[in-house]
Ligand binder design. Sequence first.
Ligand SMILES: C[S@@+](CC[C@H](N)C(=O)[O-])C[C@H]1O[C@@H](n2cnc3c(N)ncnc32)[C@H](O)[C@@H]1O
Length: 337
Amino acid sequence: MYNISQRRYLGNKNSILPFIDEIIKAEVGKFDSFCDIFSGTGVVGEYFNEKDTKIISNDLLYNNFVSLNAFLSPESFDEVKLLNIIDEFNHIKTNKENYFSKNFGDRYFSKNVAKKIGYIREKIKTLFVLHHINQHEKNILITSLLYSVDRIANTVGHYDAYIKKEIKSQNLEMKMLNISTEKNTNNEIHNKDANLLIRDIECDVLYLDPPYNSRQYCDAYHLLENLALWNKPKVFGVAKKFDRTKLKSDYSKINAPKSFDDLIQNAKCNYILLSYNNMGNKGNIRSNAKISDKDIINSLEKRGEIKVFEKKYKEFNAGNAKVGDNKERVFFVKVQK
Ligand SMILES: C[S@@+](CC[C@H](N)C(=O)[O-])C[C@H]1O[C@@H](n2cnc3c(N)ncnc32)[C@H](O)[C@@H]1O
């Protein structure tokens, strides 16, 4: 079985969940609803997912929306049926070229494995169109495929490039997901720009983990996004990316401070927690933080008194310049009414 945390993801907060928990226990206590508005993998929302708690998850990228639905949606699914389909998929042999193998075979995967991935994705689409699986079952199968693909991809963990050397033999093995359906009753999942969603929701605790540098997540995960969407667009360049113009995040651009302020001022919640690291201008240009501490404080202090919590961590920077003394920071505000 796959757990929600078994995926490589830039900036994922898996290792600091106990740290976030400590802050919430000390500063918030009990709460009814938790919104993880830049969910990514969804590990933070999932950590606080309980039967009586409402978790609102959201991400701009569709592949994350699919996985968030798979793990956190209250919809029902037939586990035995899915286990049979997964077993069938794991035994598939195909020699036929398809969209996926033509574009990504002999690059991110061996040709044979790429043929299998494309075949399985098409088969999931057909099963859904023929009503053999419902929307939630489709999301679970796509997520299992995404997690399996990610484990064997010939990359350093993201898809900005593939490793240019001979591809080792790989085995694509899909697995069922570890889903706690009994805890999901009240949950909601969205696929919107956080600045739009914030206007439509209310919650007790708002957790913010926006991208903090100019690296766009749609660039790093274009291949998984392409596989999840399965619209088979034209792809370009060595990395075989599709046109991602509509998926670019303001939080990785120059206007990040303005978007951040808009988000904070429109939040209807009792507590705000913001994760933002302390890279400042210490790394290379692409790793420089887009929102300065001054801007963060200016925006947050309009909503209440700020507390800052810090924890040292090891940076995942895909082999780039090492920058010591990294601290994961959480800014906390109890919102003044
Ligand atoms: C630092 S990551 C979150 C990691 C997450 N906390 C985890 O543990 O996996 C930031 C996420 O924000 C998403 N994102 C970027 N801009 C967004 C926007 N304007 N609205 C919603 N999500 C956005 C990205 O796709 C990415 O998944």
